[in-house]
Design a protein. Structure first.
Length: 348
C-alpha cells in the first residue's frame, strides 16, 4: 500500500515555512529572474545559494529562489492583497516549495497531501477555495534541471493559529502529548508579516466570538523603516523586504543599515524601536476591543514572525503571555504534526 506524502506549507507574506518528513524550508516569500543577479553571480564559483526553477504553468520561464534571493536587483513577491491566492507569484512559490520538500531522484510523486493555512476569517470562504485550487491537482516543476511531477490529491486548509495549537498538542510523530489542551481555553495571537490572527480555542474547538484577523503586521513596521532610510538616502530604493532580511540576519549589526560600501551606515536604532512600539500599541488596541475579557483564557500564546520582535510590549500587556519557542516555524510544524495524525501514520 502506497503511503501518503504529507507536506506542511505556511506560505506567509514575508516567509515560506514548510516541512516534510525529512526537510524544512524557511525562505523569503519572493523569487527573482536570473538576470536580476547579474551574469557572473549565477555561476557556481560565486556559491550563490539559490535554486533554478521552471514551472509547467509558464513554459519557457526560469526563476531563482533560495537563501540568497535578496541579492537580486528586483524581487517578485507573493505579498498579500486582493487576489493573492490566484496570483502567479503565490502559485509559483507554492509549486517551488512542494518541489523542494519532495525527495530528489524521483520523477513522479503520487498521493501528496498538503496541509496549509489561511487567515482566521478566511476559513470557509471563497479564499479558502482559492487556496485549495492552487495546490490540488498535477504540478510539473523542474529544480536545477531535475523534473518532478507532483500529484496533490488532498489539501487541508487550517486557520493559521491552529498550527500553534497542533504544535503544542502533538509530537513529531503526530501523537497526542498534551492532553491538558483538551480541557483548556487558550488564546492565540499570531503576528505575521501582513496580518495578525486571533483565535480562541476551547477544548480544541475554535470559538468564533474570539476569532479575528487584523490587517496589520510586521511589514507595516518594515515599510516605515524603509521610508526612513530612503529619506536619508533618496536613491537607495530600500524595500520592506530588504529591511526584513536585514533585521533577521544574526550575523550583522541590526542597529545600522548600510546602503553600500561607500555610504555611511544609517543608524536605525531609534526608528526601529519607535515603529515596533507603535505597531504593538496599535495591535494591542485592536486586541483589547476584540478580547474584552482575557480572564477566561487558561493561557495566551504569542506566535508568528512578529512574536519575538514585539515580545517585550506584549509581556507588559499580559505578564504571563507565553512566547512560542519556534514562533516563526511553529505553524508549519503544527500543520505537519496534524497531517501525520490525520493520516494515521503515528507510531504504535
Amino acid at each position: 500500500m502506497r503511503m501518503t506524502t504529507i507536506l506542511a506549507i505556511d506560505h506567509g507574506n514575508g516567509h515560506v515555512k514548510a516541512c516534510s518528513s525529512d526537510k524544512f524550508v524557511l525562505l523569503p516569500s519572493a523569487y527573482a529572474r536570473p538576470e536580476e543577479f547579474g551574469e557572473d553571480m549565477i555561476k557556481p564559483k560565486k556559491e550563490l545559494q539559490v535554486f533554478e526553477f521552471k514551472s509547467g504553468l509558464f513554459p519557457g520561464e526560469t526563476y531563482y529562489w533560495g537563501r540568497d534571493v535578496g541579492k537580486a536587483g528586483r524581487l517578485i513577491a507573493s505579498y498579500g492583497g486582493e487576489g493573492r491566492y490566484v496570483s502567479k507569484p503565490y502559485q509559483m512559490l507554492s509549486q517551488f516549495t512542494m518541489a523542494l520538500l519532495l525527495p530528489d531522484g524521483e520523477l513522479t510523486h503520487e498521493d501528496v497531501h498538503v496541509v496549509t493555512g489561511c487567515p482566521s476569517i478566511s476559513k470557509g470562504t471563497e479564499l479558502e477555495a482559492e487556496i485549495q485550487r492552487s495546490f490540488r491537482g498535477r504540478h510539473a516543476v523542474t529544480v536545477n534541471g531535475q523534473s518532478k511531477v507532483i500529484h496533490v490529491g488532498q489539501v487541508t486548509v487550517l486557520p493559521q493559529p491552529l498550527g500553534t495549537v497542533f504544535y503544542l498538542y502533538y509530537n513529531d510523530e503526530g501523537q497526542v502529548v498534551n492532553r491538558q489542551l483538551e480541557d483548556s481555553y487558550i488564546g492565540i495571537i499570531d503576528i505575521g508579516s501582513g496580518t495578525t490572527d486571533l483565535d480562541g480555542v476551547k477544548e480544541l474547538k475554535r470559538q468564533w466570538d474570539d476569532t479575528a484577523t487584523i490587517p496589520m503586521g510586521m511589514f507595516d513596521a518594515y515599510k516605515k523603516i524603509a521610508a526612513y532610510i530612503n529619506r536619508q538616502h533618496p536613491n537607495a530604493n530600500v524595500t520592506p523586504q530588504m529591511v526584513e532580511q536585514h533585521l533577521l540576519n544574526p550575523e550583522i549589526d541590526v542597529n545600522t543599515f548600510r546602503i553600500n560600501h561607500r555610504s555611511k551606515p544609517v543608524d536605525i536604532t531609534n526608528i526601529r524601536t519607535e515603529v515596533f512600539r507603535q505597531l504593538a500599541e496599535d495591535l494591542l488596541n485592536q486586541i483589547q476591543q476584540m478580547w474584552v475579557s482575557r480572564a477566561k483564557f487558561d493561557a495566551i500564546y504569542l506566535t508568528g514572525g512578529g512574536a519575538k520582535p514585539l515580545a517585550r510590549h506584549f509581556m507588559e500587556w499580559e505578564k504571563d503571555i507565553q512566547i512560542l519557542e519556534d514562533s516563526q516555524q511553529g505553524n508549519a510544524l503544527g500543520f505537519y504534526r496534524y497531517g501525520l495524525n490525520l493520516a494515521g501514520e503515528t507510531k504504535p
